[in-house]
Ligand binder design. Structure first.
Ligand SMILES: O=C(O)CCC(=O)C(=O)O
Length: 293
């Protein structure tokens, strides 16, 4: 049995700079950036990681591709290929923070927490992490979807996603793509995460369908991030290039979001009774706004 790093609710390495009030300010988003997020449902190009931090995360990540890695029983979900097609590989896993110190400490990175708190408008509680990796040459798609369609067991909707590139991501290697303004749409049903990129189109109105003529490609340098709203429709195309497209995703909640199910919210964790605020060892409070002002 391996040590579960979820028992540590704070950084365990010196990978990220010390968390002091002087540091917080330099990570603050401008009023214009916050307005952009509110209008479009996303904000991209935020520097989150240094080259050294990326190198450490990539080293830890490499282990996960070996199906026999240490700590494999700790994942909430682990799919070496979420698509059914071996030529369209989408590695997707939830729970890396429990397995390795770098992915653990990433959650306490102030460069992520300060903007997250601003965009959520409150204290930041961890929901779960995700890895979305497309290998070179035969990387698969992430089908168009809204994140909250997977999260209706938690209410109210006050969630935020931070997508962090571990490689340079371009249109060619399958970067994230957004439908700007779709965060104002109603919740759409789940139509699948891998395989058929366009499956969502069967449930759209004519007007929604038309917005797919102009998605925005989010090309990022390694170490840069994009934040998006839980209803923003997003997806990404396949990777046929020589360059892998690997990403770490952090999903957070405004503190106070409640469980809306008596079943475990994630596989392998104790249930939180419906109506109770989400808290406990698997959902640490990452940033307490009441303490920092
Ligand atoms: O990595 C991708 O292409 C998609 C990621 C995603 O769906 C997400 O961050 O919610």
């Amino acid at each position: 049995m391996n040590r579960d790093l979820a028992s540590h609710h704070g950084p365990i390495t010196d990978m990220f700079s010390l968390y002091s009030p002087e540091d917080w300010e330099k990570y603050c988003l401008s009023v214009e950036q916050i307005e952009f997020f509110e209008t479009n449902g996303f904000l991209s190009g935020i520097q989150i990681l240094t080259e050294q931090q990326i190198a450490r995360l990539l080293e830890e990540l490499e282990d996960f591709f070996d199906s026999d890695h240490l700590g494999r029983e700790l994942w909430h979900e682990y799919h070496s290929n979420e698509s059914a097609n071996p030529d369209q590989v989408l590695f997707h896993a939830l729970g890396a923070w429990r397995l390795r110190p770098g992915f653990h400490d990433l959650l306490w990175n102030p460069a992520f927490l300060v903007p997250a708190s601003q965009l959520l408008g409150g204290s930041v509680r961890f929901w779960h992490d995700q890895l979305f990796c497309k290998p070179a040459k035969h990387g698969g798609v992430v089908a168009w979807h809204q994140d909250y369609s997977y999260w209706t067991r938690t209410k109210p909707m006050a969630h935020l996603t931070c997508w962090i590139g571990l490689d340079q991501s371009t249109v060619a290697n399958g970067c994230l793509q957004y439908i700007p303004g779709s965060h104002r749409w109603d919740l759409l049903p789940i139509t699948g995460l891998a395989g058929d990129m366009e499956a969502i189109k069967s449930v759209l109105t004519e007007e929604q369908y038309a917005s797919f003529k102009s998605p925005v490609a989010i090309e990022l340098e390694a170490g840069q991030a994009a934040f998006h709203h839980p209803l923003l429709v997003h997806g990404s195309h396949e990777n046929k290039t020589e360059i892998p497209r690997r990403a770490a995703v952090i999903n957070v909640l405004r503190n106070g979001v409640k469980s809306f199910s008596d079943e475990p919210l994630l596989s392998g964790v104790p249930a939180i009774p419906s109506g109770d605020p989400i808290s406990g060892p698997f959902f640490p409070l990452l940033f307490d706004k009441t303490e920092t002002g």
